[in-house]
Ligand binder design. Structure first.
Ligand code: FE2
Length: 383
């Protein structure tokens, strides 16, 4: 509930106060651009109908009134009156004192370690997630919060992993195909089907953009060992930052190079940091893959020694069992990882038997969009 509105700075700014004492300032230009009337935004799809150039550069607030808890603003020189609901203004307030440290993440992201996650790996069955929107919502929300989740009850047959991506979006096809085989045998005829362990990594850092989600499904797994493990790259990055802020700064401010040219007709290259921050310091992406890291040529000579020390320490922390959550993927199970955040690894395996997994990529924006749409549905149903 709005209780007061005071125009300041010759109409360029307005300061609002709510009943609970909260205050926030808004600029006249910001309010005009974000006006909610049907001449500014389409009533049908919510998209903006005007450009910034349609708004006079000397836009000011000529009048302001709190009416039935909402704010009515008169803009000059247009002579246009627009009403803003109090709750909308509160939700969109940008006049905050908070200072964000580099490496911050939004409130939907929750970092985890072995201690906090090993016994509560998020999971759902494909049948329940397909049938029940609240189960799907929980599972998708776990991917958003923790960057991974397991799915049970996936048919143990080729291509069944598409049923998982169908729950929220679309497969991202690459040069590896719509999906790819991760098939390994204990005594392989081809060295590609090795039974060696794989260091925790993110997939395909040589793409730009990287695949943001990966799904791995298990069709057969009768070997000894071969467990899957996941590591929260955001938790590891925070640990590195806490003990070595300078190293964190180096890995986030200089680009690494990644390359893949392992098959003919493909020469993928990307130039991006191992720890990527957004312009406001938000931690947005981890890229870590020893197999496709190319020579670093963007780090100044004077910094390269420290850069490599930071890379080594980052790798040591990633290997630290305290960060590792392990599970054995059985036939009929799949897991999804947010490839911009959570690293995955495979333990070595032995004995007789086969390990046959399939993998595919999908897009996180689609998953988050589906989740937001379900949350919106639930909210509307509750109102
Ligand atoms: Fe991988």
């Amino acid at each position: 509930m709005l209780t007061g509105a005071v125009i300041g700075d010759e109409g360029q700014v307005i300061e609002l106060e709510w009943r609970d004492g909260a205050r926030a300032r808004f600029h006249a230009m910001w309010l005009r651009d974000n006006a909610l009337d049907d001449k500014t935004r389409s009533a049908g799809n919510g998209q903006r109908l005007i450009t910034i150039l349609d708004i006079p550069a000397d836009t000011r607030i000529g009048s302001a009134m709190v009416k039935a808890g909402a704010l009515e603003v008169g803009f000059v020189p247009e002579g246009k009156t627009v009403t803003f609901p109090a709750a909308w203004l509160r939700d969109h307030a940008y006049d905050r004192a908070e200072t964000r440290q580099p490496g911050w993440t939004g409130e939907t992201v929750q970092r985890w370690t072995k201690a906090t996650m090993q016994d509560r790996v998020p999971r759902a069955s494909l049948a329940a997630a397909s049938r029940d929107r609240s189960v799907l919502r929980q599972w998708l929300a776990a991917v958003r919060a923790y960057g991974f989740a397991v799915m049970d009850g996936v048919p143990a047959e080729s291509g069944a992993l598409c049923k998982v991506s169908d729950l929220f979006g679309y497969i991202r096809e690459t040069n590896y195909g719509r999906w790819f085989e991760v098939r390994a045998e204990v005594n392989p005829s081809n060295l590609a089907y090795t039974n060696l362990g794989l260091q925790a990594h993110t997939d395909n850092p040589y793409r730009d953009p990287v695949p943001t989600l990966q799904i791995l499904s298990c069709i057969e797994n009768t070997v000894d060992g071969g467990e899957s493990s996941v590591v929260d790259g955001f938790a590891v990055a925070a640990a590195l930052q806490a003990e070595n802020p300078e190293g964190f700064g180096l890995l986030s401010s200089y680009a690494a190079r990644f390359e893949y040219a392992g098959s003919s007709g493909v020469r993928l290259q990307a130039k991006r940091p191992m720890i990527e921050l957004g312009p406001d310091g938000e931690l947005i992406c981890i890229r870590f893959n020893n197999r496709s890291l190319a020579p670093a040529v963007d780090v100044p000579f004077a910094e390269m020694g420290k850069y490599y020390a930071a890379y080594r320490r980052f790798a040591e922390l990633i290997e630290d069992p305290a960060f590792e959550v392990t599970f054995k993927l059985e036939a009929g199970q799949a897991f999804i990882v947010d490839n911009t955040r959570v690293m995955h690894a495979r333990k070595a395996f032995s004995g007789s038997g086969k390990r046959w997994l399939q993998g595919c990529y999908a897009d996180k924006d689609g998953l988050l969009s589906t989740l937001a749409a379900i949350e919106h549905e639930f909210k509307e149903a509750a109102e």
